[in-house]
Design a protein around this ligand. Sequence first.
Ligand code: AMP
Length: 113
Amino acid sequence: MKNDCLFCAIAAGEIPGRKAYEDDKCLAFYDIAPQAPVHFLVIPKEHIASVAGIDDTNSAVVAHIFEVISRLTKELGIESYRVVSNIGEQAGQSVPHLHFHVLSGRDMTWPPG
Ligand code: AMP
């Protein structure tokens, strides 16, 4: 756990989040400012700053997170959705702890803004 990291604090249960799923490796919780009718985030419990911090020592959790996304969306009855991860300020990353947005429930445009 990294000090002063918002998502580490949510993963540790120190700051409440509206949980969608949890296991020993990851947590899914609903975004506080949803950008679609369904908008949750999936994070590793281990602190990784972004996709740019993934390497051969920690990449297994990413495969696990995508398994969770595939299963959880099916359980929620979601068939079409978008998975997004912003890396760095210019791309819109505001919380420096790896997270995958899962957005669904409305038409999406492409390319994203
Ligand atoms: P990003 O801007 O890609 O780094 O995504 C960070 C996301 O975290 C944003 O969509 C925020 O709305 C969301 N967020 C920030 N604080 C919280 C919180 N306390 N609980 C749930 N979501 C949050």
